[in-house]
Design a protein around this ligand. Structure first.
Ligand code: PEP
Length: 250
């Protein structure tokens, strides 16, 4: 049976008090699609206001620190995210792997920290343009996934993998359906190797220039269990059609 799709928005460094109304509108529209899980991952400072504005709707963070507490100026712990009202967080986004020099072992520790307090996790992996062009995309992504996955994936963990080719993020370019299918199949096989039967319950999202126009085609690909959406998640009019497409493809 296909997994319930998850469509998560990544607001990156966008979002002020004035945008809470947009979040209310997205949450209200999402109620029309109970067959799809919808979430918005907003800047840490907006989480509490967003969660209060839309009770029952999933609000997430975009990063988490691996330590419980301590001398980590400017960082946010998993317990802080939870305390602010988040129910999930992104870890290992390529923008952080690049700008903050996050290594696979950092991403793994972040995922473990978040899962240990009961947050859901969207763990991002993806290849560079050079890796894609050189024919090494699958090997690169699977190695990254292997290094970033927490060692024990208990049945109850809420973990999704987001395959996000770096060259597709914010560029309007996307891999072919065959390339997405090949990558998601390889990710599924790695999840089976690492967590057995339970791997069938872990969602694999595609991310990178998902829009209303291409969403239905992407959701129709085998092993695509949802999407992580950046730019097109900022406005209700752009985001909700993606949720509609997810609902239509079951
Ligand atoms: C992202 O940053 O996670 C992303 C997928 O961005 P976009 O949809 O804008 O390509």
């Amino acid at each position: 049976m296909p997994l319930k799709k998850l469509v998560a928005g990544n607001w990156k460094m966008h979002g002020l008090s004035a945008d809470l109304q947009e979040i209310r509108e997205i949450a209200a529209a999402a109620r029309d699609y109970p067959a799809v899980d919808v979430a918005l991952c907003v800047p840490a400072i907006l989480i509490e206001r967003a969660a209060r504005a839309v009770p029952g709707f999933a609000i997430g963070g975009q990063d988490v620190h691996q330590a419980e507490k301590g001398a980590h100026t400017g960082c946010t712990s998993a317990e802080m995210l939870l305390d602010a009202g988040a129910s999930l967080t992104i870890v290992g986004h390529s923008e952080r792997r690049d700008a903050q020099r996050e290594r696979d072992e950092d991403v793994r520790a972040k995922a473990e920290a978040a899962l240990s307090v009961g947050l859901g996790v969207i763990l991002c992996v993806g290849e560079s343009f050079g890796q894609r062009e050189g024919g090494g995309a699958v090997d690169a992504v699977i190695a990254q996934l292997d290094g970033s996955l927490p060692p024990s994936l208990r049945r109850e963990v809420e973990l999704a993998i987001a395959y996000e080719p770096i060259w597709a993020i914010g560029t309007g370019k996307i891999p072919t359906s065959a390339e997405i299918g090949e990558m998601h199949g390889a990710i599924r096989r790695k999840l089976v190797e690492r967590s057995g039967d339970h791997a069938g319950n872990l969602r694999i999202l595609y991310g990178g220039s998902v829009k209303a126009l291409n969403a239905a085609d992407i959701f129709a690909i085998a092993d695509v269990d949802g999407a992580l959406v950046g730019g097109a998640s900022l406005k209700t009019a752009d985001f909700v059609p993606i949720v509609t497409a997810a609902a239509a493809t079951g």
